[in-house]
Design a protein. Structure first.
Length: 255
């Protein structure tokens, strides 16, 4: 069970953190998106044992069995206007949390973490303008103690499958909150190059071939990302270098 007193384990953070834990909810992201717009620096977090309408990118459903995984959303308000690359910064935070428990992951641009080419985490970031600030809701789903599912339509893994044992979700959540708060502060203060340097060694698409779901007959090869977080790729048909934003494309690695 997720401990409702988990907030007592937070390290010293600049912002107040308000945590709500639900047994069942439709979607943790939807819950925070509907919350009253509060422009102070307080960070609101919603965690659920189960989601009945969990969502991923591009409207895909997120399979959310009860008491197995982490379904987590965080709401903050950012002054920074250009949020390009925020999903990469968040993915780096989650990767750091996984590394601390000896689960080594790579980041599949723009928002997935994979272990041995199997998905272990997905990230969904949604925004809304509130005056001069941007309301940011960061949704994170991590496969923790799930060991079987016939409903997921792609290769996946979990922390339990990688470590060959069940793990405590509370300690992972606590560390994730700490890392995300640090990352959001850094994202406001630093240029994206700060995160770009850290991303390079974890870039799953670097020198890998992939296709776009809306252009399955064209093959591209990953060439990293630029200082805005855009994906750089080479079209192998005409050798052109192209860039993609995360909202434009859905891609698939070639086997």
């Amino acid at each position: 069970m997720i401990n409702r007193k988990i907030k007592s384990y937070y390290k010293n953070l600049r912002s107040k953190v308000f945590l709500e834990v639900f047994d069942t909810i439709s979607s943790t992201n939807d819950y925070l998106l509907r919350k009253e717009k509060n422009k102070n620096k307080d960070i609101k977090i919603c965690i659920a044992e189960e989601q009945t309408k969990g969502r991923g990118r591009r409207g895909k459903s997120w399979i959310s069995p009860k008491f197995k995984n982490i379904y987590f959303s965080l709401n903050s308000y950012l002054k920074k206007e250009d949020l390009s690359g925020l999903s990469i910064a968040v993915a780096l935070s989650v990767s750091k949390v996984l590394t601390k428990i000896n689960v080594m992951s790579l980041i599949k641009w723009p928002n997935d973490l994979l272990v041995r080419n199997k998905k272990i985490c997905g990230i969904l970031i949604e925004t809304a303008k509130v005056g001069e600030l941007t309301k940011v809701v960061i949704g994170i789903g991590i496969n923790v103690n799930m060991d079987n599912s016939e409903l997921i339509d792609q290769e996946w893994t979990s922390i339990k499958l990688e470590k060959k044992q069940s793990v405590d979700r509370n300690s992972i959540i606590t560390e994730m909150i700490n890392q995300l708060c640090i990352t959001l502060n850094k994202f406001e203060q630093e240029e994206f190059d700060y995160f770009l340097k850290k991303f390079t060694s974890l870039d799953l698409l670097k020198d890998k071939e992939f296709t776009l779901k809306d252009k399955p007959n064209e093959t591209f090869i990953g060439k990293g990302i630029d200082n805005k977080g855009l994906l750089i790729a080479q079209n192998l048909k005409d050798q052109r270098i192209v860039k993609f934003s995360s909202g434009e494309v859905s891609l698939k690695l070639k086997k």
